[in-house]
Design a protein around this ligand. Structure first.
Ligand code: AMP
Length: 250
């Protein structure tokens, strides 16, 4: 069973991002970049399936600027067998990404697409769902446990107020939630080996796909700063303070 793991290059979660001067993007020029954390979890799960002898090959795929090779090298270092960069300077929206992934999944003959549940830069949470629809495959999103047995995936999903377990035939799409696993750190020898592994590169335009943009980004703004809190000495003082606040009914 071949697994495709889409890997998105994002600004590292520890970086405090700021809107750019034109309010249409964020300042990313000098920011530390990383693999989207949910993609790391998806990759870890795929590598574990390979280690258990369930998967035959794990293919990491990134769609984006050539610099995403850095994240693909990191994916090779933790156990992906191959890495494929679909190169484009245009930032694609989730439907376009899903179309590209559907093309690659069909071309590679994969039986499982394991994605992150969302990318932490745009928080779209759409690509996995759209990929499943385009391929006509069943999907299990927000996975916290995955078991593959004889062509069937049994997936426990994190839903409001609990867990939901379902089973579906392969090929299928699964998106990884936070509690699915704890991704390993790459070992230094594996990082060195990964540096020498080739990354297959294809220009997005060579795929011959029509990827019209359907969404226009109007503005990016920082949240309003929170007002400082007030420390009160007693419950009576608290009640007194609340009487002066609008929209509080006592
Ligand atoms: P999103 O729907 O944008 O929140 O992203 C969900 C998942 O789709 C991510 O965790 C990745 O697995 C995949 N994905 C989104 N954008 C890309 C991209 N440009 N390249 C590769 N994978 C992507």
């Amino acid at each position: 069973m071949k697994i495709i793991v889409p890997i998105k290059r994002v600004i590292d979660h520890a970086v405090r991002v700021r809107p750019s001067a034109d309010g249409r993007s964020v300042e990313a020029a000098s920011a530390t970049m990383a693999i989207n954390p949910f993609c790391e979890i998806a990759l870890e799960e795929a590598v574990r399936l390979k280690e258990q002898g369930i998967a035959s090959e794990v293919i990491a795929v990134s769609i984006g600027e050539p610099a995403a090779q850095e994240q693909l090298k990191a994916a090779l270092a933790v156990g992906a067998d191959r890495a494929l960069l679909i190169s484009t300077e245009t930032a694609l929206e989730p439907l376009a990404v899903a179309r590209v992934l559907a093309h690659v999944a069909a071309e590679e003959g994969v039986e499982l697409a394991l994605l992150g549940k969302q990318a932490i830069d745009s928080d779209d949470n759409q690509t996995g769902q759209m990929l499943a629809a385009l391929l006509g495959w069943p999907q299990a999103t927000f996975a916290s446990k995955v078991q593959i047995n004889e062509g069937t995936a049994t997936v426990t999903r994190e839903v409001d107020g609990g867990l939901r377990t379902l089973s579906m035939p392969l090929p299928a799409v699964i998106t990884a939630d936070l509690r699915l696993n704890e991704p390993r750190y790459a070992r230094l020898p594996d990082i060195m080996k990964a540096r020498k592994k080739p990354i297959e590169q294809r220009e997005l335009s060579s795929l011959g796909l029509d990827l019209p943009s359907q969404v226009e980004l109007l503005a990016i703004e920082e949240p309003q700063p929170r007002q400082a809190g007030v420390v009160v000495e007693s419950v009576d003082e608290l009640l007194e303070q609340l009487k002066n606040v609008d929209k509080v009914i006592l």
